[in-house]
Design a protein around this ligand. Structure first.
Ligand code: IPT
Length: 977
């Protein structure tokens, strides 16, 4: 049976050979973006193609914006699946129900459109298969959604009334090659442009610009299909295309993105060139650029916008690059397809290493043990080679692109080998990446995703003995790690240590940059299943370092600290700091340094500039003497703060932007004064002890300083499981979130054993345990007072066999809604958990309780602040309130809803503030880890059920009407900018 074009395995017919992409030349062009006529049909052939012929009246059709996806514009709906195909696997056939969008646009040529020459029609991206007509003549059809396709159309153009018709099928044979973990979003989602092609215009050209770090020279050769001259005025270069020239240059690196403007002039066209000189090679088993080892501090970036899907405007692309740069990120893997080419222009200009990945993934074939996998079937090889060529030809002139990636999650096969061979023959100046083949037969590096720390350490020692010997000679990267789904990822610092310790471990790319939550009137942000999909993978699509609106998450703040390019090490005895430049190329001349001593919560009592030699080269260290710390009274704490800020004009951030910081305790935390001596008294209705009144029957605290408590303090071990607590089904190890629930840790019962009054204390003895289990926690609350303060000591003794870590261990209490302003001395200002605390700095923080919430798209445990010495909840910024001092320091969380409500919520909009401020004072929190698609919590961050004792001292905080209200802290994530 002969298959129709959308189902045959060919990449298409009628288009021009792929070539270099450039935004503008002196040739005229016409953008065909804008409002197009649109008609949606349920099947590929429901409507005839007469709409493409001259004179068709589409006046009754709807309209859509191009670039755009029709499913984001009210026609049909998005579908989210991770690796399964949302249609039967029967390659290359696709379902009869195949949403098909007919697009129509009429246009006139502008008045200055030259009368001579040709024209090229360019589509930068159409998902997944398009058939194209101009003025009634069929041009051809194509697949390869995130790749450009051009057609020669000069002979068909008329001055006015041109009719461009495009039929787009959601499903095609190409869909089998595009099984990336993302929303399925059909449509013409990138630009459509008509390019004038003057006589003698440029065709394809390839800029080769290498750098010899020994001589400090660059060698330039621009190969061009058409004769021409290459000029680079700044370098005095004026040579024929194809001719090499060697001159002294400054090299391009991601840290020092030096570009030289040039021109390729053919007889009929002048094409601007942006040239970056750099040489990429593997030497001694290490990836080197310009002779130096590089370390990827990377992210995986999908193209995503919560309202327009993968149709991104230039501002959004720039925002992404700027946010990355501002968070110390130096590399992007364009998971899992070539991005809009303008994004790569930004990477060239602002400086990011790029792994450019081909638009290829066949992950769904794992469901059948990779049987019939297109990448191991010669019939599909032409389509694979077409994709490789379209990526390489389009992007080959970008300095930022240093590695080509064959695709993602395709298993193994001959087709991949064919792609690698073709790429190597075409481009000898870059390396090849592919993760899915452990033999590394086709690649220049060994790459893994989600390998745990122990494995990365083994690999670092080149002791990964399970693979072929040849692989151990290769450099290593983690193309995906640190799964940023919901709260987390945890354990990044420990990976960074392994990257720093082993030359072979050249860093990695966090999965992933952005949550793909789609803006939704009811849910806030929608994820898989919210559009009624039959088959979907839920919120697995929300696993980014930035929220859908690009607000940085605490995970991004933490990552910024973990990868900061300056290390500070304080030697308390010597009174010195060692500063190490962790850049790969740059010295420190762009940074200014400061030291400051902060005494307790007061402003710096001393601060000054730190005279770091600006010429300190990459990898070099310097020891600097610090001024002596100021004298500190017995009840204050002193911290040394060290910061590195941008001190020169840059194109990626403002002056004084913080790049690196560190904090060191100079004095120990002073002991907390004991609150004892007062005798509890039993009245008719209450037991009174200092500022507290208690229920004599239950021993529960009813009022504190006269404030009635909607929730008496009591033991709490439950947290709304995070995505990383719940883990992924295919991950090894115990999935704590599920085990906790199975054990019943979300419905602990509190049995009262005794309420005892003694001379100096009220003691309440309880046992806290889940129904149906013999495990429990003996819990004793001991209350004492000095008359004005009330101290609670909690002693916990586990009983039975606890085989799981505890989610948290602490107390929870409820305050009336008025106490909605938090003020604390401790870690902040953002969220932190034991293994995600890199960005948490001790100081005085102030925030409305509403601001302390981290808005994960799927609600889950969030918002804890680490190392808190004391916290206040005030009625108003300067109002009266409750003060609590912890012994030892504690995890502080406050919110207007309960853990149970978070646990029951599916979307942000399910959470609405109640009339209680729930306060968690935790002695311990279990770590976060990365098990939603990676390793779990490292042993050192597990919270084991073990005997524990901790105390909180409550007192009244008086209003301070004269106090200047402190500036309101920025929302989570904006703090580190
Ligand atoms: C890995 C994929 O490469 C990526 O696209 C994404 O799905 C990620 O996981 C999880 O969010 S594949 C996984 C099965 C290891």
């Amino acid at each position: 049976m002969e298959l129709p074009y959308l189902e045959d395995v060919s990449p298409g017919t009628g288009s021009l050979p792929p070539r270099a992409w450039y935004a503008r030349s002196d040739a005229t062009s016409l953008s065909l973006n804008g409002s197009w006529r649109f008609r949606l049909s349920p099947t590929a052939d429901a409507a005839d193609d007469s709409f493409a012929s001259d004179g068709y009246d589409a006046g009754a059709w709807d309209t859509v914006a191009v670039p755009g996806h029709w499913v984001m514009q009210g026609h049909g709906a998005p579908i989210y699946t991770n690796m399964v195909y949302p249609f039967p696997v029967d390659p290359p056939r696709v379902p009869t129900e195949n949403p098909t969008g007919d697009h129509l646009r009429t246009f006139d040529l502008p008045d200055d459109w030259p009368a001579t020459g040709g024209g090229t029609l360019r589509f930068d991206g159409v998902e997944s298969c398009a058939r194209v007509w101009l003025n009634g003549t069929e041009l051809g059809e194509f697949k390869g959604s995130r790749l450009p396709h051009e057609f020669a159309v000069g002979h068909l153009l008329k001055p006015s009334g041109n009719v461009l018709a495009v039929r787009v099928h959601q499903w095609s044979s190409g869909s089998y090659l595009e099984d990336q973990d993302q929303w399925w979003l059909p449509g013409i989602f990138r630009d459509v442009t008509l390019l004038h092609r003057p006589e003698g215009c440029a065709l394809d050209f390839f800029t080769h610009a290498s750098y010899d770090h020994r001589s400090g020279t660059g060698t330039l050769r621009v190969d061009s299909d058409v004769d021409g001259r290459v000029t680079v005025p700044e370098l005095g270069v004026d040579v024929a295309a194809g001719e090499s020239v060697t001159v002294a240059v400054e090299p391009w690196t991601a840290e020092t993105p030096r570009l030289y403007d040039g021109v390729l002039a053919t007889a009929g066209e002048r094409v601007p060139l942006r040239i970056g000189f750099r040489t990429v090679a593997v030497e001694d088993g290490v990836i080197k650029v310009n002779g130096r080892r590089i370390l990827f501090r990377g992210v995986n970036r999908h193209e995503f916008h919560p309202e327009t899907g993968r149709a991104l405007d230039r501002d959004t692309m720039r925002t992404d690059v700027l946010l990355m740069k501002q968070h110390n990120i130096n590399a992007v893997r364009t998971s899992h397809y070539p991005p809009h080419p303008a994004f790569l222009d930004l990477c060239d200009e602002l400086g990011l290493w790029v792994i450019d990945e081909c638009d290829l993934e066949t992950h769904g074939f794992t469901e059948q043990g990779w049987r019939d996998n297109p990448v191991d079937d010669d019939r599909w090889t032409p389509a694979l080679l077409d994709r490789a060529a379209r990526m390489v030809e389009r992007d080959k002139n970008h300095a930022s692109v240093i590695i080509w990636s064959l695709g993602n999650e395709c298993g193994t096969g001959r087709g991949l080998t064919a792609m690698a061979r073709w790429i190597r023959a075409r481009d000898t100046g870059r390396l090849i990446h592919y993760e899915g083949d452990p033999s590394c037969a086709d690649t220049d590096m060994y790459s893994r995703m989600y390998a745990d720390h122990a494995e990365v350490e083994r690999i670092g020692h080149r002791a990964d003995t399970e693979g072929p010997e040849s692989r151990r000679q290769l450099p290593f990267i983690l193309c995906e790690y640190g799964h940023a789904m919901g709260n987390g990822p945890g354990g990044l610092s420990e990976y960074q240590e392994l990257f720093d310790a082993h030359e072979r471990n050249q860093g990695g790319f966090i999965w992933e940059w952005i949550d793909h939550g789609i803006k939704h009137p009811e849910f806030g942000y929608a994820y898989g299943g919210d559009f009624g999909e039959e088959l979907h993978d839920g919120n697995f699509v929300c696993d980014g370092l930035v929220f859908p609106d690009r607000l940085p998450s605490p995970g991004l703040d933490a990552y910024k600290r973990v990868i900061q390019p300056v290390r500070f090490a304080y030697d308390e005895d010597a009174g010195t700091v060692r500063i190490t430049n962790l850049h790969d190329f740059a010295d420190l001349s762009h940074l200014s340094f400061e030291w400051a001593y902060h005494v307790d919560d007061e402003a710096a009592s001393e601060a000054g500039e730190l005279a770091v030699p600006p010429g300190l080269g990459p990898g070099e260290s310097v020891d600097l003497k610090l001024p002596d710390p100021p004298p500190t009274s017995r009840d204050a704490e002193t911290f040394l703060h060290l910061t590195a800020m941008v001190g020169v004009k840059t194109n990626w951030t403002k002056l004084d932007h913080g790049v690196a910081r560190a904090q060191f305790a100079v004095t120990p935390r002073p002991a907390v004064r004991p609150a004892t001596g007062e005798r509890p008294s039993q009245g008719a209705e209450f037991i009174t002890l200092g500022p507290g009144t208690f229920d004599p029957r239950t021993g529960e605290l009813r009022t504190l300083n006269g404030i009635p408590l909607p929730g008496a303090p009591r033991l709490d071990i439950w947290r709304a499981p995070t995505d990383n607590d719940n883990g992924a089904s295919w991950q090894g190890g115990q999935r704590n979130g599920l085990v906790w629930r199975e054990l019943g840790l979300h419905r602990m019962q509190h049995r009262l054993d005794a309420v005892e009054l003694t001379d100096d204390a009220l003691t309440v003895r309880t046992r806290v345990a889940p129904a149906a289990r013999d495990i429990g926690l003996r819990t004793v609350y001991r209350w004492t007072s000095d008359g004005s303060q009330l101290r609670l000591t909690v002693s916990v003794t586990p009983e039975g066999e606890w085989t799981v870590p505890l989610p948290r261990l602490g107390i929870r209490l409820g305050l009336p809604a008025a106490y909605g302003y938090a003020h604390w001395f401790g870690g902040g200002n953002g969220e932190a958990y034991p293994d995600t605390a890199a960005a948490s700095g001790i100081g005085r923080h102030f925030m409305p309780v509403d601001r302390m919430q981290t808005p994960y798209v799927r609600p889950q445990e969030n918002g804890a602040r680490a190392d808190v010495r004391w916290a206040e909840l005030r009625a108003g910024f300067t109002g009266e309130g409750v003060r609590v001092v912890g012994e030892p320091a504690f995890w502080f969380t406050a919110r207007r809803w309960t853990t149970e409500q978070i646990d029951a919520a599916a979307h942000r909009t399910d959470l609405t503030p109640g009339d209680t401020v729930w306060v968690h004072l935790d002695h311990g929190q279990h770590g976060i880890g990365s098990q939603s698609c990676g390793p779990g919590v490292l042993p050192r961050y597990e919270l084991h059920a073990a005997p524990a004792e901790f105390a909180f001292t409550f007192s009244r905080r008086e209003a301070t009407p004269e106090e200047e209200p402190p500036p309101v802290a920025p929302p989570p994530g904006r703090s580190s900018l």
